[in-house]
Design a protein around this ligand. Structure first.
Ligand SMILES: NC(=O)N[C@@H](O)C(=O)O
Ligand code: NI
Length: 171
């Protein structure tokens, strides 16, 4: 008889998103401090943020999508993760909209929620998920629109894994 007590389901606590903590999974997007480069006769400032979005592998093309997300209820179940092996996926809130991002490093599929990390944005931050980073589908804290930039190609670039040991994530 197996006398090992069943392990309690992992409850992930979403940590404030920082560049350093998110580095294994991708890139944090935030408006830089200070002034941008004056453009348009000084009527605007330009901030060049990223020029390495990985979107063209195997004939891929950049896709700009709009996700009109409903607010999720937290704690939220985490039992299914996905990855886009051929391209990055970028999420940028339109307006002050927080979201939770649950991730695992690219590579072998995670099997347990214990292998995951969870972050919550400050409402203005966005993220670029590096190609192959395992992640939960968008978990909006605040309902609203998100600009999403990803690779569009001939096939569907989305591998899904079901966690043998699921968990949940809370704010
Ligand atoms: N399904 C879809 O387009 N969205 C996911 O890739 C996601 O990460 O939210
Ligand atoms: Ni995705």
């Amino acid at each position: 008889m197996n006398d090992a007590s069943p392990t309690a389901a992992e409850l992930l606590v979403a940590q404030p998103l920082t560049s350093r903590a998110f580095a294994p999974y991708g890139t944090l997007i935030a408006a830089p401090a200070g002034e941008g480069r004056p453009i348009n006769g000084g009527n605007a400032q330009r901030f060049d943020l990223l020029d390495d979005l990985r979107l063209d592998a195997e004939g891929g093309r950049p896709m700009l999508a709009l996700f009109r997300a409903q607010a999720r209820r937290f704690p939220h179940e985490v039992s299914e993760m996905e990855r886009h092996a051929l391209g990055s996926q970028t999420f940028v809130p339109l307006g002050d909209k927080r979201f939770v991002i649950v991730v695992a490093r690219a590579g072998d599929a995670p099997t347990s929620a214990r292998q995951l990390a969870a972050f919550v944005t400050d409402g203005r931050q966005g993220v670029v998920l590096a190609p192959g980073t395992w992640h939960h589908a968008l978990l909006a804290v605040d309902a609203g629109d998100f600009a999403v930039i990803e690779r569009a190609g001939s096939g569907v670039d989305c591998d899904v894994c079901l966690l043998r040991e699921p968990g949940s994530v809370r704010l």
